[in-house]
Ligand binder design. Sequence first.
Ligand code: HEC
Length: 199
Amino acid sequence: MNETPRWASESFWKKTAIWVTAGSFLILIVLTFDTLSKTSAGSTRVPDYTVINQKIDYRFDEKLNKFMPIIGGEELLFDKKYTAEEAEQLVTLGKKTTQAKNCMNCHTLLGNGAYYAPDLTKAWLDQGWISRDMREDMMLKFLMDPENNARTFGSGRKMPNLNITEAEARGVIAFLKWMSSIDTNGFPHNFTSIESEEE
Ligand code: HEC
């Protein structure tokens, strides 16, 4: 008569808690592997590191209705053709430099970071580097001594000198070039790349 209904019993809720936790855990594992396969270098959206040997552009795609990276023919970085291993080493050095120097404290990379300074996701294609011929040299000089090579990328703010060595700066540039080839689902939108300047 006064028996507790099944759905209100303690054991029912204990079992429910266990099933929900176990179920969520499984979904989390599946999603983790699903994400890893989509975010690792060499997947559909993230080109492998040898993309630094190629020309990269970023244009609006009418069909997809969003900006998309365009990977073109050969366009060497620092006049060198990198093997898969060398490219990975160089990009990794750049990535580690951005972490060690905490660029995210001011910049945003792939949606993570701050908005004190320009978004670096497509910085390789920034028109601020004037032309494709001058770009690498200007980037090297800027990264190694930003105070004396201030460019005013629209912010009117100055980047401090972070004591980046030339080797590190080359790595950072390779990292930025590789990052600009990543399909970021149309982000940033309304971007005019350095490539369109020269047409
Ligand atoms: C204290 C803040 C701060 C930190 C930390 C910082 N930057 Fe900057 N960065 C800036 C500012 C401000 C600008 C804009 C400078 C200008 O207009 O001259 C800038 C500009 C840049 C640009 C040019 C942006 C473009 O649109 O092309 C690049 C590339 C860049 N930074 C790379 C880096 C890297 C790589 C790191 C880490 C190693 C870093 N920055 C760390 C403040 C910072």
